[in-house]
Ligand binder design. Structure first.
Ligand code: FES
Length: 157
């Protein structure tokens, strides 16, 4: 019988060793995960608020060009350009350019805006925002959504 106890003791000892090893590596893994979470900040990187939209000559004259990923329209009139928000001031739907007449309309609740963004009908409480436009280093138009300018402002190239 003493031999039997030795074998059982060895099994028990091995089990304790394996449990200890498992606990060690689990703890080590959790520490590494915690350290990585500390090193990599918990932030979300959104879209840039200042961005290039293209060369001035690429925008058709007397039209509103929709830039979907930035939710803006670039309106060209000869050599002047305006960046108008495509976000409805009622509840934030994307407004659309009116093909039949100058201006914009919102398909959600029927707000209508004039060509310069002024609200003219529907529940929209205020005009569409107009953003600052400038020229980039390589001659491209740059829109800054952080800076609104008075409605009707135009950037001349
Ligand atoms: S969201 Fe545009 S009219 Fe309501």
């Amino acid at each position: 019988m003493p031999e039997f106890n030795v074998v059982e003791e060895e099994k028990k000892s091995r089990r304790f060793f394996m449990a200890g090893l498992f606990a060690f590596f689990t703890s080590f893994g959790l520490i590494v995960i915690g350290a990585l979470r500390y090193i990599v900040p918990n932030v979300q990187y959104g879209k840039a608020e200042r961005f290039k939209v293209g060369m001035p000559q690429d925008f058709p004259d007397k039209q509103a060009t929709y830039i979907a990923d930035q939710q803006i329209f670039i309106v060209r009139e000869g050599d002047s350009y305006t960046a108008i928000s495509a976000t409805c001031t009622h509840l934030g739907c994307a407004v659309r350019a009116n093909n039949a007449a100058p201006g914009f309309f919102c398909p959600c609740h029927g707000s209508r805006y004039e060509a310069d963004g002024k609200n003219e009908a529907g529940p929209a409480p205020r005009p569409l925002d107009t953003f600052e436009v400038s020229l980039g280093h390589q001659g491209e138009l740059v829109v800054d959504k952080r800076t609104t300018v008075p409605r009707g402002s135009r950037f001349k190239v």
